[in-house]
Write a new protein. Structure first.
Length: 117
């Protein structure tokens, strides 16, 4: 069974930083892409950042220049470095792994990120 386990969320003051981790139970090359999504109360889940199997990255306009997605292939882990956090970044952050070849999406359990003074 494929599992994605997130960690690293928490409470931080505006302007602060956090790093989220997503550990996969299988090789991350098994996924066509891996990404981070977030969902704030009363809002739809939205894409934050994505990294493809080939290493290409893409970001939501709202986080460009502040967030960085990266991966450690040996540790089967994807990271989201979040700098200059704003109150509007407050949300539950979810790790996603997409296996397009078998049309399956996998999700982690979510981790809360709160940027507040």
């Amino acid at each position: 069974q494929v599992q994605l386990v997130e960690s690293g969320g928490g409470l931080v003051q505006p302007g602060g930083s956090l790093r989220l981790s997503c550990a996969a139970s299988i090789s991350i090359f098994s996924f066509s892409s891996m990404g981070w999504y977030r969902q704030a109360p009363g809002k739809q889940r939205e894409l934050v950042a994505i990294i493809t199997n080939g290493g290409s990255t893409n970001y939501a306009d709202s986080v460009k220049g502040r967030f960085t997605i990266s991966r450690d292939i040996i540790k089967r882990t994807v990271f989201l470095q979040m700098n200059s956090l704003k109150p509007e970044d407050t949300a539950v952050y979810y790790c996603n792994g997409n296996r397009s070849s078998i049309k399956l999406d996998y999700w982690g359990q979510g981790t809360q990120v709160t940027a507040s003074s």
